[in-house]
Design a protein around this ligand. Structure first.
Ligand code: ADP
Ligand code: MG
Length: 583
């Protein structure tokens, strides 16, 4: 019985099988190799997967979900047509569809699969992927790393050579860069870096924005459907520009037809910022792994967006090497996963190793906000992508002068709101009680995280120098059923009044995203003024809310629209001007 290989992507998924010494891609019922990773529930309660579901994303947003891979291993829930699904549930529908396609193609039952995941996936996310496979009716033979699979696809037939690859995987919403050392039957990932919010979708958006500006239109004039149609036309134009040097697009807005021509140069202009953002993680991967460009034998192109000549030229400019695209970047991972499956069948083994020399997530602590009604927030101590081993400390203060204990809640994740992150544990620290209303105790919290995934927490009460410690082995632990249930209930209680206003909700969501995307001072700033905005919402005073809205929106605009190196400067200037106006 055949074992299939599955590339379960954020945007698209593929299935392949090893047949007679080569890897065959399996088409879906539409005859296509790429199945969009989109799931919907139709009016009769039936599950839709792939292109059909994708078409309904705009028309039936409350019945359709996409990009759920981002939430694998979290408690994020998706409500479709009144039913509740986890990211694993939704992924299982995609996997089930691929299973059926494979069975139709092979004309036999298919029960075993090898599934690939991004190199930076932690145990929790890998486990959630395995569960998705099992829910789809597979026995999941193995979970392999996407960059290892791509490297294996390129190594076929010359396994004896030692090679160092840089795998450049540029998909719909993420950029993943991995450096892979391959020798004999070992594929070892020695460095990973990337950007969780950079991909083809951003290029579509940049083109759409260019379109609006040359057409003299404003984003606010468009309906949701018109914006979606414009994005679609932009994506089409982008893909045409991967084949020819000039292309056209058009779309109807408010009953009028607008058009735009674009050439390669125009595309470069529209996406300059995106190209610039590619440079940083590249440098990071190289320096983290202790490499220079001359140490890299080949660059492997993976993911739909790496098919853009613009991207390829830029990579060649940076590295001085011509990137490989002998295997279509759309299918490179799927081909490799199919090979892993085939190798398994022939009883040979390829060792897929992952060297975790970076901390792929942020570790922090829960702190309450000044406004007690506002939800607690995450204060980062070790930021994601810190090189391991790492040890950092931060000082915090008690909230109440008469408290005798201070609870340190240890969090992992990228969300501004504490509850939205993974809670790894708690530490009760005795503190001396204050004498007056003003007394506050300072505590120093130190996190130390090493290669073995061991997190040590040391808390020192500054006034007494008394130390309390805790060790957490492998922070990617699983939440117990009980904890999940409890959190579910907590979250259900969280529905409050003026937040329901879409505009404010959107701003909250945007603030959360900006917080996630940034680190360091920009993140701190964002945390602070988003906290102030939440506090304004809690006053339920429409005038205060509106004022806070305008300010927060402006601050977010500054962060998103300024060149990275001048963001802090511009934020400071805005706050200074505001302060001058007020005083
Ligand atoms: P993922 O790994 O996230 O599932 P994919 O590797 O399938 O994503 O990449 C999807 C992205 O690739 C989309 O944004 C799509 O617009 C883009 N893409 C696909 N083909 C091309 C092309 N020929 N030129 C430019 N972009 C492309
Ligand atoms: Mg992919």
């Amino acid at each position: 019985m055949a074992i299939v290989g599955i590339d379960l992507g954020t945007t698209n998924s593929l299935v392949s099988v090893w047949q007679e010494d080569s890897c065959t891609l399996i088409p879906n019922n539409l005859g296509e190799y790429l199945t969009p990773s989109v799931v919907g529930v139709d009016e009769n309660g039936e599950i839709l997967v792939g292109r059909t579901a994708k078409e309904r994303l705009i028309s039936h947003p409350d019945r359709t979900a996409a990009s759920f891979k981002r939430f694998m291993g979290t408690e994020e829930e998706f409500f479709l047509g009144g039913r509740r699904f986890s990211a694993s549930d939704l992924s299982s529908f995609v996997l089930k569809q691929l299973k059926e396609d494979a069975e139709a193609f092979l004309k036999e039952p298919v029960e075993e699969a090898v599934i690939s995941v991004p190199a930076y996936f932690n145990d929790l996310q890998r486990n959630a992927t395995k569960i998705a496979g099992e829910l789809a009716g597979f026995r999941v033979e193995r979970i392999v790393n996407e960059p290892s699979a791509a490297a294996l696809a390129y190594r076929f037939g010359k396994m004896e050579e030692d090679q160092t690859f840089l795998v450049f995987d540029f998909g719909g919403g993420t950029l993943d860069i991995s450096i892979v050392d391959a020798f004999d039957n070992v594929v070892e990932i020695t460095a990973v870096a990337g950007d969780n919010h950079l991909g083809g979708d951003d290029i579509n958006k940049a083109i759409a924005e260019k379109f609006l500006s040359v057409s003299g239109l404003d984003f606010g004039m468009l309906t949701k459907e018109e914006w979606a149609a414009l994005l679609k036309a932009s994506e089409k134009l982008k893909m045409e520009l991967s084949k020819s040097s000039q292309a056209e697009m058009e779309t109807v807005i408010s009953g009028r037809l607008y058009g735009m021509q674009m050439d390669s140069r125009g595309l470069l202009e529209a996406s300059t910022q995106i190209m610039e953002s590619i440079g940083m993680p590249l440098t990071r991967a190289l320096s983290d792994g202790g490499y220079e460009w001359k140490d890299i034998d080949d660059i492997i192109l993976v993911g739909g967006s790496s098919k853009m000549p613009l991207v390829q030229n830029y990579l060649q400019f940076l590295s001085g090497k011509k990137p490989l695209s002998r295997i279509d970047p759309d299918v490179a991972v799927a081909v490799g996963v199919g090979m892993y499956a085939g190798i398994k069948e022939r009883m040979a083994v390829v060792k897929d190793m992952m060297l975790t020399d970076i901390c792929p997530f942020t570790l922090g602590i829960e702190v309450s906000q000044e406004d007690r009604e506002a939800p607690s927030v995450m204060s980062p101590i070790i930021e994601r992508n810190s090189v391991l081993p790492v040890s950092r400390a931060a000082r915090y203060f008690t909230a109440n002068p008469f408290q005798q204990f201070c609870t340190v809640v240890i969090l992992q994740g990228e969300h501004r709101i504490a509850k939205q992150n993974l809670c790894l544990g708690r530490l009760e620290v005795p503190v001396p009680m204050g004498k007056t209303e003003q007394d506050r105790e300072a505590i120093d919290v130190r996190y130390t995280y090493d290669m073995n995934g061991i997190l040590e927490i040391d808390v020192t009460v500054v006034s007494t120098q008394e130390k309390t410690s805790k060790v957490i082995v492998n922070p990617s632990i699983r939440l117990s059923e009980e904890e999940i249930q409890k959190r579910r209930e907590e979250l259900q209680k969280l529905k409050i009044h003026p937040r329901d206003q879409e505009k404010n909700r959107l701003l909250l969501a945007r603030g959360d995203r900006v917080f996630e995307e940034n680190t360091g001072d920009v993140r701190k700033y964002t945390g602070r003024f988003m906290g102030e905005f939440t506090a304004a919402l809690n006053t339920q005073d429409a005038r205060k809310i509106e004022k806070a809205y305008i300010r927060t929106n402006e601050l977010l605009n500054i962060i998103e629209n300024s060149p990275k190196r001048s963001v802090i400067l511009r934020l400071d200037k805005y706050l200074y001007d505001e302060w001058r106006k007020d005083s």
